[in-house]
Write a protein that binds this ligand. Sequence first.
Ligand code: TYD
Ligand code: MG
Length: 452
Amino acid sequence: MAKNRNAYQCDNCAATLSKWAGQCPECREWNTVNEIVTQARPSGRFRGYAGKLGNEVQDLASVGDATVARLAVGVGELDRVLGGGIVPGSVILLGGDPGIGKSTLLMQLTAALGQRVPGLYITGEESLEQLGMRARRLGLKLDGIRCLTETSIEQILGHAEKEKPKLMVVDSIQTVYTEELSSAPGSVAQIRESAAALVRWAKQNHCCVILVGHVTKEGALAGPRVLEHMVDSVLYFESDGDSRYRVIRAIKNRFGAVNELGMFAMTGTGLKEVKNPSAIFLSGHDKPVPGSVITVVREGTRPILLEVQALVDPSHLNNPRRVALGLEHNRLAMMLAVMHRHGGIALSDHDVFINVVGGMRVSETGADLPMLMALYSSFRDRPLPDKLVCFGEVGLSGEIRPVPDGEQRLREAVGHGYTTALVPVANAPRKPLDGLRIVGLSHVSAALEKVF
Ligand code: TYD
Ligand code: MG
């Protein structure tokens, strides 16, 4: 029997070392050497590979469709992000800041699913009493929720073999460790080996495993990058500062689209789904104010109304400030350049702040035109007309370009009582929409003239 032995490897250059070092002697990187498990090669004469085949080569057409067995969670917003539910045998990594509500969400999920399939909630962070207290506070049905406090991966999988769950939550991957390694739980090597064992187990037993992952100060998932490659889906649970709204988004999803958002509000009795997110991201001025523009962005399959705010103020600094919250810094710089070249407005001696209300992050280009309008409106200190929405991409030559699903966005605006829409010409619908005046725009210079 081949004997396991401990070795060390550099995460940067993959050099193998016999003992740990702070600096890799090969590539000279610091803190990249980590413990790995290696297996000694069996001795004996080489007899070829064909004698020890495991899996068979198959025709792809003869392979069954695994997605038909998708299991709807029963929490609509989570199902939306997952692409319709969890897939048996898949591994999901859920990351998020401390206190954001990861454990709460997963407890609610285990309880919602627990009535239909056997679930197992494993925690290395809390005691069972704490779990019980939380579940009671959430008003969950307690029978059927199987839980365990354990951090050794060997013990966890031992229990899992006995319990045969179809959903297993491990809270968190940073607290579990394998007895085969001597390094501390939470170290890169421990996370990698424990996650690998859990992934293997999930695939073999057709059990969906959800791992909770801590995030670092910079907002990335703590631990090795390879963790994100190992799992099938990576979800982030995030919120803006002290807002009670939470957004869950998929960064990676092997079984669905990645641009869907799920929205929750944290209440005294746990997380509640937010089914109509448009209403919460508007600041609710009675009458229009300078620098504020309502836009419709599309996140996944759902249009959402958002408010973009700008403040343009004379600066006394040599380097005037450029601050973008919720929008991309580079796109702000681009809009300022477009405004200068095609609108004749130089803001080089002004501080410029731009913000999306409610802590939403917008990454799509449809927010270009609203950003530009908000900047102009603040600069001139003149509000836009009441009940106006706008969206559209702005090109470097000042042209206004269409964005996908214009009509769907316009319908959302109509549904919330908006009466005027500034849209790219190509996004103007052929048939008029009830109660909505549509202004088609093709160039920035014309747009600024038309509106102000
Ligand atoms: P938790 O799920 O423990 O966060 P995580 O596992 O991501 O660290 O959530 C903790 C926070 O949520 C805590 O600050 C209190 C708040 N909370 C509520 O507001 N209402 C509730 O019903 C629960 C259970 C938690
Ligand atoms: Mg927790």
